[in-house]
Design a protein around this ligand. Structure first.
Ligand SMILES: [Zn+2]
Ligand SMILES: [Zn+2]
Length: 656
């Protein structure tokens, strides 16, 4: 459509229709997210997309706007002495960091929420201003906003670029004119912010403050500790309520809590970010790994193991020194410099280089359950989901370039089988392309990216492209699995590496008797085994399928007189390869059942007078309840079949 010069994006929406004008939240103008008040350039064609509450971008804008409204409310509640950190939108909501002398309590959150509601009722507008860096600095100085002054200094020094992950999108220069920054005013709060925002606070229909936590300024433990308030916002009260119910359910399923209740693993101050796996946790891990090994054997993989510590020179050669050093640990051995491996690839390459290769021996599928260490800031550690030491279910495939597509297809197929076995049916696939910081030539990247895309097309997989999100040495396919709470987890990855074979001068002798460069694939399916276990615990709510359950059946004698029969029953189960446990405490059987239920043991086998006489067990299924009496042989047959088929358990309530 044609519009007059000088009209705003909101005017354009209005000209399309009054319904759209009402529903409009923000817009994308020539690819950039902007406020509705943004004026459309008078010359040439413009591409405008009006964002309504249906768009994910609009939801982020809503939440970022809610963060400003919260900051404005905090200022009203605590006065002008509050110093403000940053306040971005995050995946499920938003936060803002505050520096103020008094501790913010849960009761304070209610007061702040009430103040936010007033600002929303006032429909306080978001007013954008473009000012010089000096003017912004003077303003923040007069307000005593030290943190904002620091951000402005970084902007001036060019230290804050778009997408800077320490400060999120907040406070980046977004002004059209060089040397200028943008400010947003809401109620009596003015923030350094790139925007965009909703036009006014009245556009935030549903929000809730959730929690308050300590957070170091810029994630640096040497800097002041600020108070971070987390909240969330939605376009409708109903969506908010659904989300809050889901958060409640997620809390019940928190793997840290279930891990403790079921005695699966623990963490200790002596090893921050390093998990300790207990006997029960090891049962699950080993079952997962047995299954994994079996599938890989069937798919023609061999298994290797390479050292955890390798010379620094190797990491220079691999490119990790240049691209990954910040996340690595270093150590000395004798006079030599060494590094703890953050990835398994260089070790696998040394094995490949250990002997000459012929085209006849290709492909080589070399799997490694490799223990890697990566430095994560202490603030981001989160149970098993974010650790500093983990086991990758890694593999490196070396193949002829013309085998590449089929090898990737093979990985896609094994990935599919593994996710299905654990009950992850909703899988999203993305293709991440070359990032700015990368090694290798344009030609290599193109060839590699094409092979991945073709393999997915061959399997009819629909995928999204993530521009610039690849690893520094390879484009990659990323698998995102959705758990039963609808949360998405990135797990598997397939990367075609055209760079590392060059760096390490990998060769094979072709049919022409000449040396050629093999193609190389890095892939992991579960990703980190530790993290995958954390995801599984939350997905199942601790109710593991029988094949994974640490204790599969609790044998419960109704009194001491039947302990011997109970032990005999347990021995028969063990002989059949099952994992039973006998509860011979002097409690009533009801107490024993409750205990077994709390420990989420799938089957309870109750034995008393009748069972001894008939050679049976009375079966109680944790999910289905009383199943009646059954001969021991029949139960064993049924249970071993359930294990063999890796049958999933019916979904059960967390505290059933
Ligand atoms: Zn902002
Ligand atoms: Zn690798």
């Amino acid at each position: 459509m044609e519009v007059a010069a000088g009209v705003s994006v909101a005017d354009v929406a209005g000209q399309i229709g009054s319904g759209l004008a009402r529903a409009a939240v923000a817009a994308r103008l020539n690819g950039k997210l902007v406020d509705l008040s943004t004026v459309v350039a008078g010359t040439g064609p413009n591409e405008i997309e009006i964002l309504t509450d249906k768009s994910d971008d609009a939801l982020r804008i809503l939440r970022h706007s809610a963060a400003h409204v919260m900051a404005a409310a905090v200022r009203r509640v605590y006065g002008a002495g509050v110093r403000f950190g940053i306040g971005p939108a995050i995946d499920d909501g938003f936060y803002y960091d505050f520096d103020l002398p008094q501790r913010i309590t849960d009761e304070d959150l209610v007061r702040i929420e009430a103040e936010m509601a007033k600002i929303v009722a006032e429909a306080a507008p978001f007013v954008r201003e473009e000012v010089s860096l000096d003017a912004a600095t003077a303003l923040m100085q007069s307000a005593g906003q030290d943190y904002k002054i620091e951000l402005l200094r970084d902007i001036a020094a060019g230290r804050l670029a778009d997408g800077d992950n320490t400060v999120h999108a907040e406070a980046n220069p977004a002004a059209e004119h060089p040397g200028a920054v943008t400010l947003y005013r809401t109620a009596d709060f003015v923030d350094l912010c790139r925007g965009p925002h909703v036009p006014h606070a009245g556009k935030i229909p549903a929000f809730r403050l959730l929690s308050v936590a300590g957070s170091y300024w810029r994630g640096d433990s040497m800097r002041p500790m600020l108070q971070r308030i987390y909240g969330t916002a939605f376009f409708s009260k109903k969506s908010l309520e659904t989300h809050l119910a889901q958060v409640e359910e997620a809390k019940k399923r928190d793997h840290r809590r279930i891990g403790k209740d079921l005695d699966l693993f623990s963490f200790h101050d002596e090893g921050p970010g390093f998990a300790f796996f207990h006997a029960n946790g090891m049962v699950i891990l080993n079952e997962i790994l047995d299954f994994w090994r079996q599938l890989h054997r069937e798919a023609g993989y061999v298994e290797v193991r390479t050292p955890i510590i390798l010379s620094e020179a190797l990491w220079h050669r691999s490119g990790h020194w240049d691209n990954y050093r910040e996340a690595m640990y270093f150590t000395d051995i004798d006079e030599g410099k060494y590094a703890v491996k953050p990835m398994n690839c260089p070790g696998g390459l040394l094995i490949y280089l250990n002997e000459p290769h012929s085209y006849r021996g290709m492909p080589i599928r070399m799997a490694e359950l490799g223990l890697v260490h990566r430095h994560e800031k202490s603030g981001v550690l989160h149970g098993l989901l974010r650790v500093r030491q983990f086991t990758q279910d890694d593999a490196h495939i070396f193949c002829l370039p013309e085998q590449l597509r089929d090898e990737v297809i093979g990985v896609i197929d094994i990935t599919d089988r593994i996710y299905k076995a654990f009950g992850f049916e909703d899988v999203r696939v993305e293709l991440a392309t070359r990032p700015e910081k990368s090694i290798g030539t344009d030609e290599m990247w193109e060839h590699a990216t094409r092979a991945l895309a073709q393999a997915m097309e061959a399997r009819g997989i629909k995928f999204k492209i993530n521009e610039g999100e690849g690893a520094f040495y390879a484009p990659k396919i990323e698998y995102h699995i959705r758990d039963c709470l609808g949360r998405s987890w990135q797990c598997g990855t397939i990367q075609v590496d055209m760079a590392m074979p060059e760096r390490f001068n990998l060769t094979y002798v072709g049919a022409d008797n000449k040396e050629h460069r093999p193609a190389m694939v890095h892939r992991a399916i579960l990703g980190s085994i530790e993290r995958f276990l954390g995801i599984l615990i939350e997905h199942y709510g601790g109710d593991f399928p029988l094949w994974l359950a640490p204790v599969q059946a609790a044998v419960l004698p109704v009194s001491d007189r039947f302990n011997a029969y109970a032990e005999k029953t347990a021995a028969a189960l063990r002989a059949a390869g099952l994992r039973p446990e006998t509860d011979t405490a002097s409690d009533k059987v009801g107490a024993k059942i409750r205990r077994a239920m709390l420990r989420k043991i799938p089957y309870m086998l109750i034995v008393g007078e009748k069972e001894v006489a008939a050679g049976t067990v009375s079966v109680r299924d944790k999910a289905a309840g009383d199943m009646g009496a059954e001969s021991l042989e029949a139960f064993i047959g049924r249970a071993t079949q359930e294990v063999r088929e890796k049958r999933l358990r019916p979904k059960t309530a967390v505290n059933a």
